[in-house]
Design a protein around this ligand. Structure first.
Ligand code: 2AL
Length: 164
């Protein structure tokens, strides 16, 4: 989609166009309300600014739409399609790495009470596993901030993809 088309959509059409980026309705509504944009670059800058205040509540909302790392999202909704594409390297990794990831996910969820989130695009399965093991050493506050940063990266990459 180009930015002129996005500017001209109705509110609900524009919200639908970007809702796969992140399951935080306030972010979707604020971004749509900030139209018109002069360029895709300006849209991305505004979109990034709207993530600045994200805290634990926003993280928990967004996690509901993310499969575990190493688990294939099901369905044809656009966020599931995006997830399958981001996780394609992980989903085709060898069974030993997948097994280690499943164990890491279990340890992470036991420790923090929510799922492990990482921007998978551009990372190898080995990198992801190393990050998972390293992040198990974080305290909860550090780990919330780290997860929010990963969520920002996923969100903005998805947005960039829509307007590329
Ligand atoms: C995901 C996902 O679905 N896409 C991505 O980059 N990371 N999931 C996750 N648990 O980290």
């Amino acid at each position: 989609m180009n930015i002129v088309q996005f500017n001209q959509l109705s509110l609900s059409e524009a919200k639908s166009a970007i809702e796969a980026c992140v399951a935080i309705e306030s972010w979707q509504l604020q971004l749509v309300a900030a139209r018109p944009f002069d360029s895709a670059a300006q849209l991305l800058e505004v979109a990034r600014g709207l993530t600045d205040h994200w805290q634990q509540a926003e993280l928990l909302q967004a996690l509901s739409a993310h499969p575990r790392i190493g688990e294939k999202a099901t369905g044809s909704q656009s966020h599931a399609t995006a997830s399958r594409s981001e996780q394609s390297a992980v989903l085709s990794a060898d069974s030993q790495i997948k097994q280690q990831m499943a164990e890491g996910n279990r340890a992470y969820e036991q420790q923090f009470g929510r799922i492990f989130l990482i921007r998978a695009k551009g990372r190898s399965p080995q990198d992801i596993l190393a990050c998972l093991e390293q992040r198990l050493n974080n305290d909860d506050i550090t780990e919330i901030q780290e997860s929010i940063q990963q969520l920002r990266e996923i969100t903005l990459l998805r947005l960039q993809e829509i307007f590329s």
